[in-house]
Design a protein around this ligand. Structure first.
Ligand SMILES: [Zn+2]
Length: 479
């Protein structure tokens, strides 16, 4: 029988609450609950590493090139999308089968987990209904490996905004959002999302919804001025955004607002959303207004720089994130992962560092900031820092981030809920669900088998009784 608890030992650990790198920390974990029992610093009587007795089942992550951290939280993902460089968004939503998208999603989830991402805040299935809630449940039931997921199901959007656009009105396409208008309409939509299993509400505060004025990709002989071509304009009035937040509050779930422009972002911040996503443009010079509203309402900004990097707005977006950080805006790290491939999630942290955000603040944004973006205690779990009672989501980099700019890509160890998924840089065996023959069958003599076959034609259903349902074995763990 394995011990009920085990201890993980580090020689260097990042504490996101203190924003400090701390030596010689050990963490005791309850194997059955997957929660942290105790966090303590080992006594150091001399300048050398103190003697440590490893008990069976303990995990030794000491070493000069190991940095132990809480598991990462990606605060903006789309588990059913793969890189737009492989296939555009419309083609994925319109042309890929639900089965293909689901199979892809299981690979995405595994890749993210092995990259150190133990939590995903998934902001919309992109035309796959509420399938994200089902995938979340499959992971929670240990049917497939992946991060702990908090899902939005379908985003709310006003009429004629977040849709698959086409000039042929007779072409039927899957819906890309839960269309809702008016105060009563958006309240009903929030209720639909909660009823469908959403952990949080996402809505489009603005969108490039004038696409059909000058439809692409057909060439335009005489294009209009850029601001008229297809700008992101608000999709909801202030009272509708306020109603979304109030209704979500009744259900005790957080709210994420998509905003391309500072104007709609400021409106969403005034409504009191939990997070604002993106904000790549500031056409009307309303950045400071947005930042003021964000600070006043304690709104978290998820700037998705990894996606901005694929647009002409990248340099300006980085500068605005730096300005927001200086103004005291809370940041969370989320790449809009899925528009680029899952498993490369750490790109967002690298770009936040490139934008000038201090490394410790970036790590905090990808751990504690992520937990807050998931709703904090409203999400039902504590993770993102080390404390008794928190989930034992623990990873280790095989490099010192203070010395190696690519260290965030070198995740050598991953534990989620106290279970190891990656060790020494390699995936530990995945969920093992191969049915096992019952032990009694292995002892059978030949004549007994004959007897059972003859019984098949008899009245007694012995054969059926003797073959139990497949046994689902617990996976072999690495310790
Ligand atoms: Zn997104």
């Amino acid at each position: 029988m394995p011990r009920k608890t085990f201890t993980l030992h580090s020689s260097l650990l990042f504490d996101p609450k203190k924003k400090a790198f701390i030596p010689n920390v050990s963490i005791e974990i309850n194997r059955a609950t997957g929660a942290i029992i105790k966090v303590y610093t080992r006594p150091s009587s001399s300048s050398s590493e103190p003697v440590l007795t490893l008990l069976p089942g303990d995990i030794d992550l000491r070493g000069s090139n190991k940095l132990v951290m809480p598991g990462f939280v990606d605060s903006h993902t789309h588990i059913f999308l793969h890189a737009y460089t492989e296939r555009g968004a419309t083609e994925q939503m319109r042309d890929e089968s639900p089965v293909e998208r689901t199979v892809r999603a299981t690979h995405h989830a595994r890749a993210a987990l092995l990259a150190g991402y133990t939590t995903y805040r998934d902001l919309g299935t992109e035309s796959l209904g509420s399938a994200d809630a089902s995938l979340r449940d499959c992971i929670n039931r240990n049917l497939t490996p992946g991060p702990r997921m908090f899902v939005a199901t379908e985003a709310l959007a006003s009429s004629g905004s977040y849709e698959i656009r086409r000039e042929n009105p007779y072409l039927t396409v899957p819906r890309a959002s839960d269309t809702a208008d008016g105060v009563d309409g958006v309240r009903a939509a929030v209720r639909r999302r909660v009823g469908a299993g959403a952990d949080l509400i996402k809505f489009y505060a603005d969108y490039r919804r004038k696409a059909m004025r000058f439809p692409r990709p057909q060439g335009l002989a005489f294009p209009p001025a850029p601001r008229a071509l297809n700008p992101a304009v608000p999709g909801y009035a202030q009272d509708e955004m306020d109603a979304i937040v109030r209704e979500a509050d009744l259900a005790d779930v957080p709210v994420a607002a998509h905003a391309g422009e500072t104007r709609a972002a400021a409106m969403a911040a005034r409504a009191g959303v939990t997070t604002v996503e993106h904000v790549f443009e500031d056409t009307h010079g309303e950045l400071e207004d947005m930042l003021t509203a964000m600070v006043a309402n304690k709104v978290i900004w998820v700037p998705t720089l990894a996606t901005a990097a694929q647009t002409p707005y990248f340099a300006a977006a980085k500068a605005r994130v730096k300005r927001a950080h200086e103004a005291g805006v809370r940041l969370a790290a989320g790449g809009d992962t899925g528009t680029f491939n899952h498993g490369l999630n750490a790109r967002e942290m690298e770009l936040l560092i490139e934008a000038g955000i201090p490394v410790a603040d970036v790590l905090e944004a990808c751990t504690v900031g992520g937990w807050e973006a998931c709703g904090g205690d409203r999400c039902g779990f504590r993770f993102g820092w080390f404390e008794a009672g928190n989930r034992a989501d623990i990873i280790a980099l095989d490099a010192d981030l203070r010395l190696d700019r690519k260290a965030l890509r070198k995740v050598g160890f991953v534990m989620k809920d106290g279970r190891v998924w990656k060790q020494d840089g390699r995936a530990v065996e995945d969920v093992d669900r191969i049915p096992q023959w019952p032990d009694s069958d292995n002892d059978d003599e030949e004549e007994e088998e004959e007897e059972e076959w003859t019984d098949l034609s008899g009245a007694e259903p012995r054969m059926a009784m003797s073959v139990p349902l497949p046994v689902l074995r617990e996976s072999k763990s690495a310790f």
